[in-house]
Design a protein around this ligand. Structure first.
Ligand SMILES: [Zn+2]
Length: 542
């Protein structure tokens, strides 16, 4: 009998704990699978190829138990906590399109809280990608096969056994001339590395690096960036860095997710005049020297909007939010054509949705070219105030000041802007007071604290009183269920379908209220029978 619990999530990847009898295995992990599940020996000739048609699936699919077999065209009886084996996954390792396609039925056809086992697949060169695409459990078959074939396995690939004498590895296997031991240890080591990147919320940064020497993995990454399976698993925000160092960084679903809310949820503080500004290496931008110069000139006389790669558009109100406050990008002074084409779409969508009376372009170089093309696309006329390609030069700042001479001063309302982005609701913030040193701030309505800023993610944390201003992001617990500490998935009766991991949520039940942070998505909360769903910050029993 085996039971699996997912712990830390990072997109589709997660760490977890698998219990089989008395044994506890921290996942992801490679295991001696026949020792763990000896019943596999009694199931010969039951594996259907993934590509088998429905008529074959109907006839030959055998689900089995511990682990339960999966086939894309058969009804899988797996329940929460089971181990689900995907026979034949090895056949899609070299076929990025089918790999990405088969993930949809796998996630839709099994509960989210099963451990996914990919037999005979894992090598040090593909383990990171397998884990990043939701697999938790592996065996040593592929590395043992490589050993028989006299291949030396590294994260970079499989090489001739003579590599062992080149001094590239100092493991016990290499020290004793034991190729099979080296290959197994290399797999264990890579899985341990991946685990640490999941725990820091940066598996994507690792994947963009690991895929580079394998065309099929780069192809898979590109397919996954267009897949609803990937975007469905995104957290609302993260607190980790965002290293935008490769071409694939531009197509991270996090960016499209952020910009979609900037266009469709966010509403600017004003619509008379907007200034497009360049980004700054320092985050949040407003703590940088150049942005302090801009803000001293603008003096609240225009809505400030930053044009940046790889995000596109960051309204000043949202500069703390992930990934706006978290990305690092190599600065070369030019934006390449593909990058610019993506950014034009984001800026044009913003300008088309949020109509201003005037748009001032205080940009140079690639950002100016992007804004110009985007404005044309959106049918907006730009006024240019940076004519010497140096936005913070005295001439440029003077031109910006002159362009704003008859504009009204108005406070930028980052609380209203962030609430709109975070909850999709426009809240009247009149009379609210912000206290504390930016960005560690608390928000009060008269003397009552209603929100605080989580400066690590940029989200607003509502207090019990703060939730009275928000109507969504509710989690309802089942009648008669009185939580002790965190809220577990089986106790949840219903929840707002918009909830993602990392979101602030309000828990309600009979005689019970709590504020907290979602530890899983709405879909997982409703389909899981195990695990922490909400990490509770404060409770109120009535
Ligand atoms: Zn070694």
């Amino acid at each position: 009998m085996s039971v699996f619990d997912a712990r830390v999530r990072d997109g589709l990847a997660r760490t977890g704990m698998l219990r089989v009898g008395d044994e506890e295995i921290k996942t992801p992990a490679a295991v001696d699978i026949l020792r763990l599940f000896p019943s596999l020996l009694d199931r010969p000739f039951t594996n259907l190829p993934l590509s088998a048609p429905k008529s074959d699936a109907d006839k030959y699919y055998v689900a089995g138990k511990d682990p339960v077999s999966f086939h894309p065209l058969a009804d899988c009886p797996a329940e929460s906590g089971d181990v689900v084996m995907v026979p034949g996954w090895r056949s899609v390792l070299g076929d990025a399109r089918r790999y990405a396609e088969y993930l949809s039925p796998l996630f839709a056809g099994t509960p989210p809280d099963v451990a996914r086992y990919a037999p005979a697949c894992a090598l040090p060169s593909n383990a990171a990608m397998l884990i990043a695409t939701g697999f938790d459990l592996f065996d040593y078959t592929a590395v043992d096969l490589a050993s028989v074939q006299k291949k030396f396995c590294m994260t970079e690939g499989e090489f001739d056994a003579s590599y062992m004498d080149k001094g590239v590895c100092g493991c016990e296997g290499c020290r004793t001339g034991n190729l099979a031991l080296h290959n197994r240890l290399a797999l264990d080591r890579e899985i341990a590395v991946v685990k640490t990147w999941i725990e820091s919320g940066q598996i994507r940064d690792l994947i963009e690096q690991r895929c580079r020497l394998h065309a099929e993995q780069v192809g898979l990454l590109r397919h996954l960036d267009r897949s609803p399976v990937t975007s469905a698993a995104l957290p609302a925000v993260r607190s980790s860095r965002f290293m935008a160092n490769s071409a694939e960084s531009m197509t991270r679903p996090e960016i499209a997710f952020f910009e979609d809310r900037v266009v469709n949820r966010f509403v600017p503080s004003r619509n008379d005049v907007c200034v497009l500004l360049p980004c700054a290496a320092r985050k949040p931008y407003s703590l940088s020297k150049t942005h302090q110069k801009f803000q001293r000139v603008i003096e609240g006389r225009a809505h400030e909007v930053i044009v940046t790669s790889p995000l596109g558009v960051v309204p000043r109100e949202l500069e703390l939010l992930y990934p706006a406050g978290h990305y690092d990008v190599p600065v070369t002074g030019y934006w390449d054509r593909e990058e610019s084409a993506i950014l034009v779409e984001y800026v044009a969508a913003y300008l088309a949705k949020h109509r201003y009376e005037r748009v001032i372009c205080h940009l140079e170089g690639g950002a100016k070219a992007v804004a110009t093309a985007a404005a044309e696309k959106a049918g907006v006329v730009l006024e240019h105030t940076c004519n010497d390609d140096r936005p913070s030069s005295p001439d440029s700042l003077r031109a910006l000041n002159n362009a704003l001479h008859d504009c009204r001063k108005r406070r930028s309302d980052s609380i209203r802007g962030t609430l709109a982005w975070q909850f999709g609701e426009l809240v009247d913030t009149k009379g609210w007071i912000t206290k504390g040193r930016y960005p560690e701030q608390k928000i009060f309505d008269k003397k009552q604290q209603i929100f605080s800023i989580d400066s690590s993610t940029g989200l607003l944390r509502p207090t019990m009183e703060g939730w009275q201003f928000i109507s969504g992001y509710r989690v309802t617990i089942s009648d008669g269920f009185v939580p002790q500490g965190d809220i577990l998935a089986p106790g949840i009766f219903d929840c707002d379908p918009n909830i993602r991991e990392g979101d602030e949520v309000y828990v309600t039940g009979s005689g019970y209220l709590a504020t907290g942070k979602a530890a899983m998505s709405a879909d997982e909360m409703l389909r899981s029978s195990r695990g922490v769903a909400v990490r509770v910050r404060k409770t109120k029993k009535m």
